[in-house]
Ligand binder design. Structure first.
Ligand code: ADP
Ligand code: MG
Length: 666
């Protein structure tokens, strides 16, 4: 249902709400508070010194306002709180003056100094609060207030709205869940903690149930049609190719290659996930998989999450295959239509053996002659639907997923339980630990000095900052445009420094990347666009500004851009804050260890990068905290599918639409 039918939502409000990704009434009703303020009213006689308290009072004198400075005013008035006459002082709330009528009952938040008999208020509430109130706090943007949001949400609830419920009724009964509309209401307007907990649990269960439903459905579809291609490839031929590589495979790489080889020659379709830390050599394993597929006479497709990464895969894989007859092409969204058409034609004729690209591979009208293997890089960034789509391109194609997200094993098995997994834990030998250190901004000179030393050695440096251009201009060190100027001054314009970010034209991005790869550019300053996969071996230093703004997963991924050969590499994290996350980075280079720590520490972190992915964005659920619920949902969803697939979810039309999305082939 559209939002503009709600009373009080005009053009302007709509615009603000859209900024919060709220487009429909459903969006609004499930835009949940991220935390709550608990307001508990106590008698003034129980107020402790220096403690924030909330009291009830009646206005006893007219307030007087004094203007101290341009942006500072102070209001003083007297109240009667249960017989005690108390002086109230409050700063910068002169706008409340007209509300403070003599005899009005108000609620005061603040601290009480009993010796001076002064209550220094931080805020005043004009509503009648019994003894206890749980106040929702929402993530907001300019133009939307918590109060305004609450009012709109309340308006919706009074309109007889309907919310789709994704918990089958029998499970609802089994767990005694509150009904959907009611629990959603409670989450916005909780009256007591216990009910709030129950309501949240219901929502968490529902989010996981839908997620697990999709995962299990994919698995079901796979099992239904797991007839694979028949291939005849001798292991010897594969080994011969492996011997042409410039290095020896690590043990874990060899095991993964074996898994893949066995999957491919088996009559069942492959459905495998390779989990491995950054730089552990997954791409190399994927390349061997494509070689096996090529030997058996089929085409391969490799899909990467960004154009930069797709291009890089393209050039490095072409390099690996340079002594073979394998024909490789690149297909990305920014290419000219004529180029794309040409590639599509060759693809259909079977003139191309390997196609590398972004999701243009699935969204465009791409047809293969005989697609035998589909590889998806950075699996967690793609949604279930996209995954399913790509699988559908080649009816019997084998599927391989690569993920640089080192999820602890138990979590991985639950989250990706629909796939077989190979884990690459060991890194190629000869790699040194990346020396990691946190610096305060005031010690930047030391970092600049180290940067110069590294440049003198002929090495290259990545610099990452959170913003492209900081309009607020609060700090000099968090945007890449200012950093470039700063470095140019510091290095006397003698070192070539360039910037790279997502808003640049593809042509310009490519140019900068090319010049960095060839070593012309010494320092590359970027936003997190280089997070994924970029591989320039001569880079030995990563400097991250405002490091506290990034989650552990992102920091680890970024650091993985260096230390890609036997040279000693460094990672400097610039931050004025002492936060445990950054300590973890100093402590370890092991992605699996870091992801465990991430789980332990995480308050607002980015759960090893899964946040960005289409499927794993949960509104209330938290994979670690609510892991038990997740495991239960996995069981429940699997049974639910088993029981209802025969009559095509006749009783559950809401699941029919989910399935339709998954089954959809474009
Ligand atoms: P990932 O895809 O896991 O990040 P890559 O496959 O890109 O890792 O490998 C990272 C770098 O290590 C690449 O430059 C690759 O050529 C190199 N590499 C891969 N496997 C080995 C190995 N067994 N020994 C030495 N270097 C390797
Ligand atoms: Mg097979």
């Amino acid at each position: 249902m559209d939002l503009n039918i709600v009373k009080g939502v005009g053009e302007k409000a709509l615009e603000y709400l859209n900024k919060l990704n709220i487009y429909t009434i459903n969006d609004l009703l499930t835009y949940y508070p991220y935390r709550y303020n608990i307001i508990k009213i106590i008698p003034i006689s129980e107020a402790l010194e220096d403690q924030n308290v909330t009291i009830r009072a009646i206005v006893d004198t007219e307030p007087r306002v004094s203007y101290i400075k341009k942006n500072l005013n102070r209001m003083i008035f007297r109240v009667n709180s249960e017989g005690y006459l108390i002086n109230v002082s409050i700063f910068n709330r002169a706008f409340y003056k007209n509300n403070l009528k003599l005899g009005r009952e108000i609620v005061l938040l603040g601290k009480y100094d009993s010796k001076k008999n002064v209550f220094t208020a931080s805020d005043i509430k004009f509503e009648i609060i019994r003894d206890f109130k749980i106040e929702p706090v929402y993530h907001l943007v300019k133009g939307v207030t918590s109060k305004g949001l609450s009012k709109l949400i309340n308006e919706c609830f009074s309109m007889k709205v309907d919310l789709e419920d994704y918990i089958p009724y029998y499970l609802q009964n089994k767990y005694h869940f509150i009904d959907k509309l009611k629990s959603s209401y409670i989450i916005h307007f909780p009256k007591e903690i216990n009910l709030l907990k129950q309501a949240k649990l219901r929502e968490i269960y529902e989010e996981f149930f839908v997620f697990m439903f999709k995962m299990n459905y994919l698995k079901y579809k796979y099992d239904l049609n797991n007839q694979g291609l028949s291939r005849e490839v001798k292991k010897d031929d594969v080994d011969k190719f492996i011997e042409t590589l410039p290095f020896k495979l690590t043990d874990d790489q060899s095991l993964a290659v074996n898994d893949i080889y066995n999957d491919l020659i088996d009559s069942k379709r492959m459905n495998r996930l390779i989990l491995g830390d950054v730089g552990s050599g997954k791409t190399c394993v994927a390349t061997i998989a494509m070689y096996i597929n090529y030997l058996s006479g089929y085409q391969s497709a490799l899909m990467a999450p960004t154009e930069i990464l797709a291009r890089q895969h393209f050039s490095s894989i072409r390099e690996t295959f340079k002594n073979t007859n394998i024909k490789i092409e690149l297909l990305v969204g920014s290419m000219k239509k004529s180029e794309k058409d040409k590639i599509c034609k060759q693809l259909l004729n079977g003139e191309i053996d390997i196609l590398i690209g972004t999701h243009a591979l699935i969204s465009d009208n791409v047809e293969f002659e005989n697609l035998g293997l589909v590889i998806t890089d950075e699996q967690h960034r793609f949604g279930v639907n996209q995954r399913s789509n790509l699988q559908n391109k080649g009816i019997m194609s084998d599927v391989l997923y690569l993920s640089a997200t080192p999820i602890p094993r138990t979590y991985a098995l639950t989250l990706y339980g629909d796939m077989d997994t190979s884990i690459i834990k060991t890194k190629p030998s000869g790699r040194k630990e990346i020396i990691t250190k946190v610096y305060k901004e005031k010690d930047l000179k030391d970092v600049l000095f180290k940067m110069l030393e590294e440049i003198k050695l002929g090495h290259q440096i990545y610099v990452v900052a959170p913003l492209i251009e900081d309009e607020e201009g609060e700090s000099n060190l968090n945007d890449i445009v200012k950093l470039k100027e700063k470095f140019n001054v510091a290095f006397n314009n003698k070192v070539r420094v360039e910037i790279l970010h997502g808003k640049m034209k593809n042509k310009d991005k490519d140019l900068v990347m090319e010049e960095y790869k060839t070593g012309k550019v010494k320092v590359l300053i970027s936003t997190t666009v280089i997070e994924v996969g970029v591989d320039v071996k001569n880079s030995t230093m990563m400097v991250i500004f405002n490091a506290e703004r990034f989650g552990l997963a992102t920091l680890h991924q970024l650091r993985g851009r260096v230390g890609r050969n036997s040279l000693q590499s460094y990672c400097y994290l610039i931050s004025n804050m002492d936060i445990p996350r950054l300590k973890v980075m100093e402590e370890s280079n092991d992605g699996f260890y870091i992801s465990e720590k991430d789980f332990e520490l995480r308050g607002e972190g980015d759960l090893f990068g899964t946040r960005q992915s289409g499927d794993m964005v949960f509104k209330l659920a938290d994979i670690r905290r609510d892991f038990k619920v997740l495991v239960q949902c996995k069981k429940d969803a699997s049974k639910f599918i088993e029981d209802n697939i025969v009559d095509n979810f006749r009783v559950y039309p809401q699941f029919k639409s989910i399935i339709k999305e998954i089954d959809f082939i474009d």
